[in-house]
Every structure is written in C-alpha cells, then in structure tokens.
Ligand binder design. Sequence first.
Ligand SMILES: [Zn+2]
Length: 127
Amino acid sequence: MIVDDADLDPCDREPHYKCSECGSDEFIVVYTDAERTTTWQLGEDHRMTEKIDSQETIGFSHERGWYVRCAHCDREIKFGWSHPERGGRIWPVEAACYNPWKSWPEARYRKGWPPRPGVKLASSGGP
Ligand SMILES: [Zn+2]
C-alpha cells in the first residue's frame, strides 16, 4: 500500500519523544501474535527501526496486538496511526508533534480518544 504522509511530517523538536513518567526519549513498539513477540525501536520519523532481541522484552505480559512502551520504565503509551487500518506511521501521544486529530487511534484506545484532556484542536482539521 502506498501512503502519502505529506500532511503529517514529524517535527524536529527535541526530545522528540518524552515519557511523562521517567522522561526517557526512547520508545519501543511491541507486536504480539499467537507465536511470538516482536519488538522494534521507534525512530524519530515515527517508523519502526531496529528490531530488538525479544529476550530483552521477556518481562512483557500483554495480550496480542500492537503496543508502544517506554524503553526505560516499561510503561504502556497510547498511540495512533497516521492512516486508517493501522497504516503508515506510529504516533505516540507523548511525541512532541503528536496531534490526536491527525491520527487514527489504535483500536483499544478508540474509546476516550483523544487521551489527554485540554489538547488543542488543530486548525487544519483531521480524520
Ligand atoms: Zn518511562
């Protein structure tokens, strides 16, 4: 699938990600299916980069599906996708350029989206 991300470019603010608990700027993406758990580092361009050895994530116990976690304190961080049907890139709510109106929430966060009260509406609309 070819997706056009032109309307949702990552910003260059630093730190790009920041855990509201521990302040870490390293986020990881975890995907669990019936057989295994796969973990990637989340790059500043909101794409999954390096795969991380799953042994390091042995402490994770969660259900099948996609997760974003803080690499330092292991906290689950809510996130959306840049396109529907889990397409495009990953937007954690604790990213500097996060915009709830320009991302499609991961299915289990749909209820109560956007997750932060007081988030300002984008002037350019959204999905
Ligand atoms: Zn953390």
